[in-house]
Design a protein around this ligand. Structure first.
Ligand SMILES: [Zn+2]
Length: 167
């Protein structure tokens, strides 16, 4: 497995039957791997997509039958669907939103994107299986870093002025 593969997830968009946000297709084995064990038999053998709407409790849906898998039916927490910590964003290397924020507040910058990209190039990434979104999680890190600077970058009155340089 290598990094190149990581970015080649085919994009097939469908629409969540609950919130109508468009989501991308994920592999059935990803859904299977994350659904609670006693629900596996109830999972229909269909094509599923991931609903990216943070306010929607649907994680996976089938565009053909409108079957949905909600977050309380999964064994893992999905960072973008959670408002409280821990909010996992990288499932291969187990980074959370809190890790991103902690580093930025501590040092004024984030090294996680570089760290993950190095690990991807070293062939250590298995996002397709580990990330509930069925794709590379580095984008989640980028979003998390931006979000952190947006949240804290304006705290110029406080001691965190060095953060604003990196916005
Ligand atoms: Zn939805």
């Amino acid at each position: 497995m290598n990094g190149a593969k990581c970015n080649k997830t085919p994009i097939q968009k469908t629409v969540c039957p609950v919130c109508e946000e468009s989501g991308k297709k994920v592999e059935l084995h990803t859904v299977r791997a994350l659904i609670k064990i006693d629900l596996i038999d109830t999972l229909r053998e269909e094509d599923y997509s991931f609903c990216p709407n943070p306010d929607c409790t649907v994680i996976y849906y089938s565009a053909s039958s409108n079957a949905v898998v909600r977050k309380d039916q999964l064994i893992t927490r999905i960072g973008i669907k959670e408002k409280e910590s821990p909010r996992p964003v990288c499932y291969c290397f187990e980074y959370t939103v809190e890790d991103i924020h902690g580093e930025i507040l501590e040092t004024g910058r984030s090294t996680l994107e570089k760290d993950i990209s190095d690990k991807i190039h070293a062939g250590l990434c298995h996002c397709e299986d580990a990330n509930p979104e069925g794709r590379c999680c580095i984008r989640n890190i980028t979003i998390g870093v931006k979000e952190c600077f947006r949240l804290y970058g304006t705290m110029k009155k406080n001691k965190e002025t060095r953060i604003s340089k990196y916005r």
